[in-house]
Design a binder for this molecule. Structure first.
Ligand SMILES: *Cc1c(COP(=O)(O)O)cnc(C)c1O
Length: 394
C-alpha cells in the first residue's frame, strides 16, 4: 500500500505495510529468521539469478526490514532506503561506496567523533584525504573542491555547538561540480529537516537517536536515489555486512509511529528550558537553533521546522564545576546518546569529543565549560527544577 500522497504523520504509521498481505496483523510481523526456504532447487537458482523476486537470506533482505526501508524512504522523500546495524555502519557503507583510493572528501567542520575516526582511517589506509570547512559561504566550499573530490559530507545542526549549515547552498555548489552531498540528519530527523528536498543526494541517520526514540536500539538508516542505494545494497551493505537485525527494525517501526508527536514535545520542552537557561546567572551562553539571536537563525528559518530537543550551554566556571553540576542532578541522567524519552546530559569535552585534541576542540567551541542536554519528554518544569537546583549549587 503506497501512502506517498499522505501527510508525514500518516506516512510514519502506514507506509510500506499492508495488513491484508499478513493475515490482517495490525502490527508489522517480526520475521526473526536468518534464511528463507525455496520450494525447489530451480526456484533457488531463479532467486539467485535475480529472475524471480523473493527473499533468500536476511543479510540480503528481510520482510520486516523492507517495511522499515520503505517507510524511511517515504519520510525523507527519497527513492529507496536501507537499514544498518548502527549509524556508523550506515556512514561507513556510504563513504566506502562513494570513494576509491586517493580520492578526497570535503566535510563540515564539526563531525560525529566516530565519523572523524573513520575519515582518519580512510586517510591512513587508502590515502583518501579530507578537508574541513565551516561551509559558511559558497566560496568557502568552492575553494576546497579538487578534481578528485568524491563527495561533500555535512552535519547540521553540528554536534554539540548547534551551528547550522545552509543545505540548499551546499547542494547548489555541489551540483556545479557534479559531486554528491551526503547529510547526517540524525539531530533533526526527517520531521524537522529534509535534506533531499533541499537538493542533497544522500541522507544518513543514527536511528539510535530520535527515530528509535526509546534508548533501546542501536541502528542506522540511509535514504537516497535508487541507483546509488542499489549499488550500496549490492556492495558495502552485502559484503561488509553491517545489517540491522529484524527485531531492531521492528523496534524502529514502532518508534517511527510517534516520531512527529515526540519531536513536537521535545521541541516544546527544549524551548521552555532554553528560556529558563538564558536567564540563569550561572549560565554563560546557550545554543539552540530556533533562538532568534542564534547566529544561524536565518538558516534555521530556511530549512528546519522546529528547533528539536538538543540544547548546549556553557556555565561560568571550570571543568570541575561542569562535572559538579552533572553530579548534583537528581533524576536527569548522565549519559551520551540523545533523542530518548529520558533527559540526558553529558560533558562533550571529556566524553563524546574527548578524542579531539584540546586546541582543536577549543577552536570548535567545545570548551570545558560546555554541556549538552538532550531534552526528554518529561514535564519540562521537572526537568528545569532539577537543572536549576544543580545550577544554584555552583
Ligand atoms: C550517534 C551518532 C552517530 C553514530 O550512530 P550510532 O548509531 O551510534 O552508530 C552518527 N552521527 C551522529 C550525528 C550521531 O549523533
Amino acid at each position: 500500500m503506497s501512502n506517498k500522497s499522505k501527510r508525514f504523520e500518516t506516512t510514519a504509521i502506514h507506509e510500506g505495510y499492508d495488513a491484508k498481505e499478513m493475515l490482517g496483523s495490525l502490527s508489522t510481523p517480526l520475521f526473526q529468521t536468518s534464511t528463507f526456504t525455496f520450494d525447489t532447487a530451480e526456484q533457488g537458482e531463479r532467486r539467485f539469478a535475480g529472475e524471480e523476486d523473493g527473499y533468500i537470506y536476511s543479510r540480503l533482505g528481510n520482510p520486516t526490514v523492507s517495511v522499515l526501508e520503505e517507510r524511511i524512504a517515504a519520510l525523507e522523500q527519497g527513492e529507496r532506503g536501507l537499514a544498518f546495524g548502527s549509524g556508523m555502519a550506515a556512514v561507513s557503507a556510504v563513504l566506502i561506496a562513494l570513494t576509491k583510493a586517493n580520492d578526497h572528501i570535503v566535510c563540515s567542520s564539526g563531525l560525529y567523533g566516530c565519523t572523524f575516526g573513520l575519515l582518519t582511517m580512510m586517510k591512513e589506509k587508502y590515502n583518501i584525504a579530507h578537508d574541513f570547512s565551516a561551509m559558511d559561504s559558497e566560496a568557502a566550499i568552492r575553494a576546497l573542491i579538487r578534481p578528485e573530490t568524491a563527495c561533500i559530507y555535512v552535519e547540521t545542526p553540528i554536534n554539540p555547538t548547534m551551528k547550522l549549515i545552509d543545505l540548499k547552498m551546499v547542494s547548489d555548489v555541489a551540483r556545479e561540480f557534479n559531486i554528491p552531498v551526503v547529510v547526517d540528519n540524525t539531530f533533526s530527523s526527517p520531521y524537522l529537516q529534509q535534506p533531499l528536498e533541499l537538493g542533497c543526494d544522500v541522507v544518513i541517520h543514527s536511528a539510535t537517536k530520535y527515530i528509535g526514540g526509546h534508548g533501546d536500539v542501536v541502528a542506522g538508516l540511509v535514504v537516497g536515489k535508487k541507483d546509488f542505494l542499489d549499488s550500496v545494497a549490492m556492495t558495502t551493505q552485502k559484503d561488509i555486512g553491517g545489517i540491522i537485525s529484524p527485531f531492531d527494525a521492528w523496534l524502529l517501526l514502532r518508534g517511527l509511529k510517534t516520531l512527529p508527536i515526540r519531536l513536537d514535545r521535545h521541541s516544546d520542552n527544549a524551548e521552555n528550558i532554553f528560556g529558563k537557561l538564558i536567564d540563569h546567572s550561572k549560565v554563560d551562553r546557550v545554543y539552540y537553533p530556533s533562538d532568534p539571536d542564534h547566529a544561524d537563525y536565518p538558516i534555521y528559518k530556511k530549512q528546519m521546522k522546529r528547533g528539536g530537543g538538543i540544547i548546549s550551554f556553557t556555565i561560568k566556571g571550570t571543568k570541575k564545576d561542569a562535572q559538579f553540576l552533572l553530579n548534583k542532578l537528581s533524576f536527569l541522567k548522565i549519559a551520551v546518546s540523545l533523542g530518548d524519552a529520558e533527559t540526558l546530559i553529558e560533558h562533550p569535552a571529556t566524553m563524546t569529543h574527548s578524542v579531539i585534541p584540546e586546541t582543536v576542540r577549543n577552536q570548535m567551541g567545545i570548551t570545558d565549560q560546555l554541556i549538552r542536554l538532550s531534552v526528554g519528554l518529561e514535564a519540562w518544569e521537572d526537568i528545569w527544577e532539577d537543572l536549576e537546583q544543580a545550577l544554584n549549587q555552583l
